[in-house]
Ligand binder design. Structure first.
Ligand code: SF4
Length: 184
């Protein structure tokens, strides 16, 4: 049994046009990406060599899926520095996305669509881009909603009525989220 957190799952279908018109904020998300270690180091992260943004116009609908990891009191009471908590969060999301992506592959087949994930591609232990090499699995790599401009903060508020919390100094959030979607 996991004593560090429990998981809640939320799902909602809506018109993709709503996201296109209201929740794509490329300048904001690119600014956030620039401060991440994966920027220019992973083939699914900006800056992109090709136009990846066409994907938002290819489909009519979107299934939004949000996983919320609620930390236990015991976990929150543990002393973790800002850096340790950032590492913990990175590892948590990376391990969890491998689990959800299994379901997303099934869902994209069922809906005849395409899924967007959360965070950088973790198909390889080290992305080839960081070594100056081409992607080894171009047909299997998936892009994150946020890397393609989706403002996940506002989407979480509008569709799931959730105000996100942040890791700031020694203050830990009560939860983290992972937002993914299937365009169809
Ligand atoms: S498949 Fe490997 S090389 Fe390609 S984007 Fe993913 S991690 Fe990078």
């Amino acid at each position: 049994m996991n004593t560090e957190y429990n998981v809640e799952k939320y799902e909602l279908d809506t018109k993709l046009e709503e996201i296109r018109n209201n929740y794509l904020r490329f300048t904001i998300t690119e600014y956030g990406c620039k401060h991440c270690r994966c920027y220019d180091n992973n083939w699914t992260c900006p800056p992109f060599k090709e136009n990846q943004l066409d994907i938002w116009s290819k489909y009519e609908n979107v299934k939004l899926i949000m996983l919320k990891y609620n930390f236990s009191k015991e976990f929150l009471n543990k002393q973790k520095s800002y850096e340790e908590f950032i590492e913990y969060s990175f590892d948590l999301i990376h391990s969890q996305k491998k689990i959800i992506e299994h379901d997303l592959y099934n869902l994209e087949k069922e809906l005849n669509g395409e899924f967007l994930t959360s965070g950088p591609c973790v198909n390889c232990n080290v992305c080839q881009r960081s070594l100056g090499k081409s992607c080894v699995k171009p047909n299997e790599r998936k892009y994150a909603m946020e890397s393609l401009g989706a403002n996940v903060i506002d989407i979480a508020k509008r569709y799931f009525d959730l105000d996100l919390e942040w890791i700031r100094g020694n203050s830990k959030p009560n939860f983290l989220i992972m937002m993914v979607c299937v365009l169809y």
